[in-house]
Design a binder for this molecule. Structure first.
Ligand code: CA
Length: 232
């Protein structure tokens, strides 16, 4: 029996049905809400482990729902958006959502996103107590000495590359938007400078993923941002 409690927020009943049927089949416990006010109330009263949030709700803007929940809770939020809501999806991630699913999505995608979020939570809980050292597959970051290693060899990173790597590592499993990253690394003045971020990310990847055809550590979300993957 899976003990995780999921709050599914969706006003489109066939989609809500698909979500709850999927959750039930995997043994998740769940609650449902069909509008933004109900979503906020259910989150406050039942403290779910993960919130699945449709962005197009009848009463409140989904991004507003995230802002309100974020004012008191760090519960992981996975947004569900239609393709026409792509810019809302980015606003949602900027407002503190953790991940996203684009409609129409498959049951497998939904379950994969939930697993990524569960692993991220487990990792956070485990690492808060420990940690000066980050280990992910063959990547190791020693925060105290400010050095990063790959296959036990030190990576020669520039200060910005190191900062980017730490930011992604500290948010392993979470999609970080271009805006979030540029604000964290350079401050708000670089808000729109996605081009330079792309250049730094390319050099960082070249050092980290040399010889790999497909990126194993840093995943690109085209038009959205980047995510550090958990490598087994
Ligand atoms: Ca909707």
């Amino acid at each position: 029996m899976n003990k995780w409690l999921i709050l599914a927020v969706e006003d489109d009943l066939p989609v809500l049905n698909l979500i709850t049927t999927t959750l039930k089949s995997q043994g998740y416990r769940y609650l449902t809400a069909e509008n933004g006010e109900a979503a906020i109330m259910e989150t406050a009263s039942h403290n779910p482990d993960i919130v699945l949030l449709d962005l197009g709700l009848p009463d409140l803007d989904g991004v507003e729902v995230i802002r309100r929940i974020r004012s008191w809770s760090n519960v992981p939020i996975i947004v569900i958006s239609a393709r026409s809501e792509d810019s809302d999806k980015i606003d949602a991630l900027d407002a503190g959502a953790d991940d996203y699913l684009t409609k129409p999505f498959s049951v497998e995608e939904l379950l994969a996103r939930l697993r990524v979020t569960q692993r991220r939570l487990a990792l956070m809980q485990g690492s808060e107590a420990r940690d000066a050292v980050y280990q992910n597959g063959e990547l190791r970051i020693d925060y105290a000495s400010g050095c990063a290693y790959f296959k036990n060899e030190e990576l020669h990173l520039t200060p910005i590359e190191y900062k980017l790597l730490c930011l992604l590592a500290k948010n392993t499993g979470k999609v970080l938007t271009h805006k979030y990253i540029t604000q964290s690394v350079w401050g708000s003045s670089w808000e729109n400078d996605v081009a330079s971020l792309r250049v730094f990310m390319a050099t960082l990847r070249k050092k980290l993923e040399k010889g790999q055809d497909a990126p194993r550590y840093i995943q690109t979300h085209i038009g959205v941002g980047y995510r550090m993957l958990r490598v087994e």
